[in-house]
Design a protein around this ligand. Structure first.
Ligand code: UGA
Length: 413
């Protein structure tokens, strides 16, 4: 079968690679010229395991172009363009609209971009020549291709029976649960899933702040809770809060949809505010002292990616910079605008506080001696991930919600 894919970011390129591996012919459309040229030379423009191998191994099945008209002969046209936030938090559909207005032939269109509930129904009215389906993506950056090849489920939202059956036939080969539903339900499932995961993180972060005061260990609490299959351990890692190109944007967009429907979503709003507060809370652990130098260990919004979009490291750095604290960062892949060291040793040299911001393997496995070059050997583990937390040697260790203040434990207990 032949697919066109418009927009070759994480979602579009992962989808393209997955389809090529499954034996389909794919035409990728990318308007950004530098990105297009890199892709044409087999170079993946971001850190994402496995994709460069697919571009190398399936050259006969993959074509790259900057022209949507080159996709006229495809069986399905997939839209994977960005849907960023507008300044009011609502979802900006400019790229979706721009792409669709260039599609001149009658097409079966699959919306893979994250769009607010109701969007596809609206697009079906605006572009009546096409047939639409929404197939949201649930991939995580850093394992995008693996998630496309083996998702937990595939959700197909379409009012067109032929389209539903066609897509069920294609995705059914993955051998994973299929949910066939209306476009609005499919769009909702995507937002609800991200909002639930983000809320789970804020829930545990709220309790981590309490655990800090009460003298409990949030990691043990999460382990104990997570054994209940109704709760599950995933996404209960307390720390600096969530970031990235999806959770913050989708939480805002969902609240915006609620607002348009004259509704409040108090749980979602609270989860979002809690996430903002968490970054301020971690910043408050750094003392107010002039001339203080703080080393950020890790910058990316999570390990396994070089993506800095909505990275908590940047928000934390802003908090500290306002207090005129000197900041230096280190990350194996990601870059930022604050000073950056090429090695962990160089970042830690002469620092008064180190903050473990992103739980890269090389950072969580740093031995206590690695901190010897610091002026004061103090580590704030903002991901509760340092392997030597229980045996820190001469490092003054502080996690988030991890047995900080036993004195506040009620005396009656
Ligand atoms: C997220 C979802 O997990 C995917 O299912 C979804 O498809 C994707 O958004 C999207 O909408 O495109 P991603 O943004 O790649 O994927 O990142 P996650 O692995 O979900 O992590 C998001 C943030 O939460 C990171 O900053 C991470 O450090 C933080 N996090 C995660 C925690 O603070 N605690 C946890 O226990 C888990």
């Amino acid at each position: 079968m032949k697919f066109g894919i418009i927009g070759l970011g994480y979602v579009g390129l992962a989808t393209l690679c997955g389809l090529a591996k499954a034996g389909h012919e794919v035409i990728g459309v990318e308007k950004d010229q530098p990105r297009l040229l890199r892709l044409m030379s087999g170079d993946v423009p971001f850190h994402e395991p496995g994709m460069a191998d697919v571009l190398r191994d399936y050259p006969g099945s993959i074509t790259f172009t900057d022209s949507i008209t080159d996709t006229e002969s495809v069986d399905y046209l997939i839209l994977a363009v960005g849907t960023p936030s507008k300044s009011d938090g609502s979802c900006d559909l400019t790229f979706v609209d721009a792409a669709l207005s260039e599609v001149k032939s009658k097409q079966k269109i699959i919306i893979r971009s994250t769009v607010p509930p109701g969007t596809t129904d609206m697009l079906s009215i605006m572009y009546p020549a096409h047939t639409f389906a929404v197939v949201p993506e649930f991939l995580q950056e850093g394992r995008a291709l693996a998630d496309v090849l083996k998702p937990h489920r595939v959700v197909i939202g379409s009012d067109n029976l032929e389209m539903c059956e066609g897509l069920a036939g294609i995705y059914g080969r993955l051998g994973v649960p299929l949910v066939c539903t209306s476009p609005i339900d499919a769009e909702f499932i995507k937002y609800a899933s991200n909002a639930f995961l983000a809320t789970k993180i804020s829930f545990i972060n709220d309790l981590a702040r309490l655990a800090d005061k009460a003298g409990a260990d949030i990691t043990t609490i999460a382990d104990g809770m997570g054994l209940d299959p109704r709760i599950g351990r995933a996404f209960l890692n307390a720390g600096l809060g969530y970031g990235g190109s999806c959770f913050p944007k989708d939480m805002h967009a969902l609240l915006n949809v609620a607002h348009e429907n004259e509704l409040d979503l108090p749980v979602i709003s609270a989860a979002m505010h809690s996430n903002d507060a968490q970054m301020g809370y971690v910043a408050s652990k750094v003392e107010h002292k002039s001339g203080l130098k703080v080393a950020f260990l890790g910058l990316a919004f999570k390990p396994g990616t070089d993506d800095m979009r909505d990275a908590p490291s940047v928000t934390l750095a802003h908090h500290l910079a306002l207090r005129e604290i000197d900041i230096i960062g280190y990350d194996p892949l990601a870059k930022w605008d604050y000073p950056q060291a090429m090695t962990v040793e160089a970042a830690l040299k002469g620092a008064d506080v180190a903050i473990l911001v992103t739980e890269w393997d090389e950072l969580v496995n740093l031995k206590p001696e690695a901190f010897d070059g610091m002026r004061t050997k103090r580590l704030i583990d903002a991901r509760n991930a340092w392997k030597y937390a229980r045996d820190p040697g001469t490092v003054q260790y502080e996690g988030i919600g991890r047995m900080q203040n036993k004195a506040n434990t009620p005396s009656s207990m």
